[in-house]
Design a protein around this ligand. Structure first.
Ligand code: ADP
Ligand code: ADP
Ligand code: ZN
Length: 217
């Protein structure tokens, strides 16, 4: 099952992707997570990406396309994958189409999670992220069992620098300008499945499963 999760920052893509990964035993491919670990490891790619990420801008297309190309070629993607946070521009979507054609794969559903701006602000400012495994939490809506510690791996929870208010507003503007056009793009390809992203994490997961199971290809 080859899926794309589309939606603004804070819509719940990462949260839903992690649940899908467990349920269907397919990997989550989060370009944000991969870039954050490159920044942490101070690789050449991480050093290049950092300034873009810090300002809330998108990292150049060739960098993220290269990441996804390498990742999709790994054997664990044979039975499917969940793309989380990629593509984010029309150029990335075109590049993805090409690379999938080369691999003989097709996207089955583009799950577009829709959340109002006001809700997004509350979600992003309350988000806490595990330094070790990348799992997201929320101080009010999805708190860990032990404050400051990841339930899955015991890692330390922190607030991403780009989740602070000023950077976050820029990320939302970048989304509107560069990523929202993908909604029309995938509608035209008959792949778009819209999901109301308001409700509990479980309710949204149920809507996603209804789509996946209701019209499985
Ligand atoms: P994205 O990957 O789209 O940026 P996340 O999955 O990291 O979004 O979710 C953003 C924040 O909102 C996190 O703190 C997460 O715990 C919280 N969250 C996710 N889904 C919901 C939901 N349905 N209701 C309330 N909070 C949510
Ligand atoms: P969120 O979960 O809030 O949507 P991500 O973790 O996906 O944020 O992305 C964090 C940052 O990493 C982005 O603001 C951007 O700088 C960079 N990034 C991640 N994915 C991409 C992508 N597909 N194209 C360009 N930049 C990306
Ligand atoms: Zn963790």
């Amino acid at each position: 099952m080859n899926l794309i999760l589309l939606g603004p920052p804070g819509a719940g893509k990462g949260t839903q992707a992690k649940i899908l990964t467990k349920k269907f035993a397919i990997p989550q491919i989060s370009t944000g997570d991969i870039l954050r670990s490159a920044v942490k490891e101070q690789t050449a790619m991480g050093l290049k990406a950092k300034s873009y990420m810090d300002s809330g801008a998108l990292v150049p297309d060739d960098v993220v396309v290269g990441i996804v190309k390498d990742r999709l070629a790994q054997p664990d993607c044979a039975n499917g994958f969940v793309l989380d946070g990629f593509p984010r521009t029309v150029a990335q979507a075109d590049a993805l189409k090409q690379m999938l054609a080369g691999l003989g794969k097709l996207i089955e559903h583009v799950l577009s999670i829709e959340v109002d701006k006001e809700d997004l602000l509350g979600r992003i400012t309350g988000r806490r992220t595990c330094r070790s495994c990348g799992r997201g939490y929320h101080v009010a809506f999805d708190p860990p069992n032990v404050a400051g510690k990841c339930d899955e791996c015991g890692g330390e929870l922190y607030q991403r620098d780009d989740d602070r208010e000023d950077t976050m507003r820029n990320r939302l503007a970048v989304y509107e300008e560069q990523t929202a056009p993908l909604i029309a793009y995938y509608k035209q390809e008959s792949l778009l499945r819209s999901i109301k992203g308001v409700g509990s994490i479980e309710e949204i997961q149920r809507s996603i499963l209804n789509i996946i199971e209701g019209c499985s290809v």
